[in-house]
Design a protein around this ligand. Structure first.
Ligand code: NAP
Ligand code: GCO
Length: 267
């Protein structure tokens, strides 16, 4: 049977990308728009939503922006209902919103640890819980959780983030297990080290003009010998959002330039 390339189309689909004003979420939403989806995004305040709307407009995309803190379950339930009234039910959810706090574990307040887990793990639970009932009613749905290298590996100062992203990998597998029978596919996308504001501190040029030691470290750990860009995630995200991946469920697709496969370049 010939493959129908229309399986990669998102025509007629409504996609919600959390924290999609810029960075990885914005790039993923751009790819969805190119495939025909109606793009909806939220961010934590009106200023960021306005910044996002301007960003989308500058890229020729008519997006819809909502102010919502994804850790607030009532606000999320209200936002999803508002989106359904304003636009349509959500066919594709990308749990992209995330934060990181780089603090040595023994110096980290439990409140900081909780905040990271709140945004990076509990919010994806809240968001998925809000969209799944309507996906069940309509007989299909796609949920993409933005995981991380830290879903598989640890490193100094990111204990809360790694715990959250490791948990997000298992939440992904559990949503697959619990709702796969309703034709809902829940997969993770695991970016490697990507050039966004979140990693800017790790790429800062040193006073002597040299690359940040962490920048040098990551280039030695990556077969592609470069950082990823948000655009590197567009194709893999589109695959997971489209009918082309209807029999892919509970998987984490790593988009890391080969980091997880590689012991690293000899210094
Ligand atoms: P980013 O530049 O920090 O953008 C994250 C977005 O999420 C921002 O718009 C942020 O808004 C928003 N956000 C944060 N907390 C929120 C909340 N409570 N409610 C609603 N929106 C919220 O991050 P990024 O680098 O694009 O990363 C996006 C996702 O990819 C995150 O889940 C991150 O963990 C993951 N990731 C990143 C990398 C990387 O190397 N960059 C690699 C692997 C995975 P504010 O600006 O107000 O915080
Ligand atoms: C860090 C980085 C990473 C990236 C990403 C890697 O401090 O190690 O921020 O955590 O954000 O998650 O996949």
């Amino acid at each position: 049977m010939a493959f129908d390339m229309k399986k990669f189309s998102l025509e007629g689909k409504t996609a919600l990308v959390t924290g999609g004003s810029y960075g990885i979420g914005f790039a993923i939403a751009q790819g969805f728009a190119a495939a025909g989806a109606t793009v909806v995004f939220n961010d934590i305040n009106q200023e960021l939503v306005d910044k996002g709307l301007k960003n989308y407009e500058e890229h020729g995309i008519k997006a819809h922006g909502y102010v919502c803190n994804v850790t607030d379950e009532d606000a999320v339930q209200k936002m999803i209902a508002q989106i359904e009234r304003d636009i349509a039910p959500i066919d594709i959810l990308v749990n992209n919103a995330g934060i990181i706090r780089r603090i040595p574990m023994t110096e980290m307040a439990a409140s900081e640890f909780r905040l990271v887990v709140d945004v990076d793990l509990i919010a994806p639970f809240i968001m998925a819980k809000a969209v799944i009932p309507s996906m069940i009613e309509r007989g299909h749905g796609k949920i993409i959780n933005i995981c991380s290298m830290m879903s598989e590996l640890g490193r100094e100062t990111v204990s809360a983030y790694a715990a959250a992203k490791g948990g997000l990998k298992m939440l992904t597998r559990n949503i697959c297990s619990e709702y796969g029978a309703y034709n809902i596919q829940c997969n993770g996308l695991g970016p490697g080290y990507i050039e966004t504001p979140q990693t800017a501190p790790l790429r800062q040029i040193q006073p002597d003009g040299s690359r940040h030691p962490f920048d040098q470290f990551i280039r030695a750990k990556t077969p592609a010998e470069r950082w990823g860009t948000p655009e590197d995630l567009m194709g893999p995200a589109l695959f997971l959002a489209s009918e082309a991946s209807d029999f892919v469920n509970g998987q984490i697709l790593y988009v890391d330039g080969g980091i997880l496969a590689y012991i690293g370049k000899q210094p």
